[in-house]
Design a protein around this ligand. Sequence first.
Ligand SMILES: NC(=O)CCCC(N)=O
Length: 262
Amino acid sequence: MKVGVVQMAPVFGDVKVNVEKALGLMDKADADLLVLPELFSTGYQFVNKEEVMELAEEVPNGFTCEKLSEAAREKNIFIVAGMAEKGGENYYNSAVLIGPKGFVGRYRKAHLFYEEKFWFTPGDIEFPVFDIGKAKIGLMICFDWVFPEVSRILALKGAQIICQPANLVLPYCQSTMISRSIENRCFSITCNRVGIEKRKEEELDFTGMSQVINPKGEVMLTMGEVSEGLEIVEIDPALADDKLITTHNDVIKDRRTDLFGK
Ligand SMILES: NC(=O)CCCC(N)=O
């Protein structure tokens, strides 16, 4: 199975340009699954709620999902992408999963970071795992990495690959996701954005370094801090079904749940 990341620098507020850039970067993709960054179609540094209301879209009946669905169908590929979602009267920092037959599902970021708390409603749906045929994939978004429960829940639900759209500005996520892959014996795909946004006093410098980690914590793919592009790597998702870290230690079955929470 071929998986990859589309690392890019969105132009804040220009959804059409950003979607076209992402589609251009994935145009030559020979892959089964691609992950795009968090909020890839809008950019990140909102300055007021009105911008969120203007730029967020219905899921799946919106421009961004429709364009991703066209690409997924034409290329016979699954795409995980982060976007601002209008859900009823609420606005969510969401990730959508779209495949060759169209929209599959979504996740709404549960753990909002910093000023996201001003703009978005915390996610109200469970941490999802989807069977896309060649693999079972779980969705999380960026700052969810801080909370080990998220990756563990996805692994317990059978995720072989954790897909993580991201807009990282702190340096810790990439190394932490190596631990998340090791402790859960699963693959993780972190797709970060690059570029700088300074739409207010504070400047945000996104760290790139998108990566694919295998269940042993080995880095199978890593991108630079500033480059835009598509990188793809071949993986065997079934390796994530082996939870033995030694012949006598199963990282899932050996958990002393009888002692947890005491
Ligand atoms: N967009 C985010 O959730 C950023 C999380 C903080 C970090 N890891 O940079």
